[in-house]
Design a protein around this ligand. Structure first.
Ligand SMILES: NC(=O)C1=CN([C@@H]2O[C@H](COP(=O)(O)OP(=O)(O)OC[C@H]3O[C@@H](n4cnc5c(N)ncnc54)[C@H](OP(=O)(O)O)[C@@H]3O)[C@@H](O)[C@H]2O)C=CC1
Ligand SMILES: O=C(O)C1=N[C@H](C(=O)O)C[C@H](O)C1
Length: 250
């Protein structure tokens, strides 16, 4: 059987370089292009890439994705910065190339995907829910894409359950002291040397708390999810947002 021809965009970055190694090590995949900021994307078409793994920056991802879709290249995207407006633009573009698949995953690690799922299930049962995400200090965006998505899922679950507003008697606060509000859920961002990618969801009710914590200790934690995405995106046309949809967890 012929190997799936894969390109990595952002190939020299922290996660991109790990993805290059993971694709090279997979028997059923062939790395045909490894593009960085200075490389023309025509390297992908010249090499006949079927799937691109996009791991760059929020300010670069839309152009890179547009190039892929213009050339019928399926895409597996880990880059953060997704808003409803951006997702709509991707859907509109995909409508012009039916048959092409795009997977956008806020987090490719199994534990993070499960954290989001557990938080979504637990959220309506507790009066208070807050999210703390902790990352390495070279991270460009805050809050993390994972934390933003977790908060959205929590807010959706609470709204569907008719949950009351969370109790909070704060009358005065320094800017940022109560975190960022994502759909009404407070999200706190820590940037600390020594960390990679970590998240806690704190849930509180009268007399008890529940903490759901996940730690990515190495970029290898994201690789099984990326490889699953590469193998499945070619048979999954349209936009898939979240790895959970490929894990039967949605
Ligand atoms: N979904 C998930 O599971 C995960 C997502 N991420 C996300 O992936 C993204 C990358 O993270 P990380 O690897 O830590 O960041 P890095 O800064 O280490 O890597 C980003 C890479 O992208 C390159 N780049 C920037 N612009 C372009 C461009 N226009 N075309 C091609 N390459 C470009 C950079 O090149 P240069 O060095 O020249 O600037 C750099 O090598 C972030 O958004 C991060 O949040 C990270 C881990 C897991
Ligand atoms: O920048 C990172 O490192 C990570 N980014 C993603 C995010 O913003 O959620 C995924 C993971 O947290 C690592």
């Amino acid at each position: 059987m012929s190997k799936l021809r894969v390109a990595v965009i952002g190939a020299r970055g922290r996660i991109g370089s790990e993805a290059v190694r993971a694709v090279e090590a997979a028997d059923d995949l062939e790395l045909v292009a490894a593009a960085g900021r200075e490389d023309p994307l025509t390297a992908l078409t010249d090499a006949g890439a079927q799937v691109a793994v996009e791991l760059t920056r929020p300010d670069a991802v839309m152009d890179n994705l547009a190039f892929c879709l213009d050339h019928g290249i399926h895409a597996v995207v880990g880059t953060t910065g997704w808003t409803e407006e951006r997702l709509t633009r991707v859907r509109e573009r995909l409508a012009k190339t039916p048959g092409t698949g795009v997977l956008i995953a806020p987090n490719f690690s199994l534990g993070a995907v499960l954290t989001m799922k557990f938080a979504q299930v637990a959220a309506p049962y507790f009066e208070s829910v807050e999210v703390i995400e902790l990352h390495h200090p070279k991270k460009a965006d805050a809050p993390s894409g994972t934390a933003a998505r977790t908060a959205q899922l929590i807010a959706e679950a609470r709204e569907a359950a008719g949950s009351a507003p969370m109790p909070d008697a704060t009358e005065t606060a320094l800017d940022g002291a109560r975190g960022a509000s994502v759909d009404g859920v407070p999200v706190h961002s820590v940037r600390l040397r020594g960390l990679l990618a970590h998240q806690e969801v704190l849930l509180g009710a009268e007399g008890e708390t529940l903490t759901i914590r996940h730690d990515s200790l190495h970029h290898s934690s994201f690789m099984p999810g990326i490889l699953l995405g590469v193998r499945r995106v070619v048979e999954t046309p349209g936009l898939t947002f979240g790895l959970e949809h490929l894990l039967d967890l949605s």
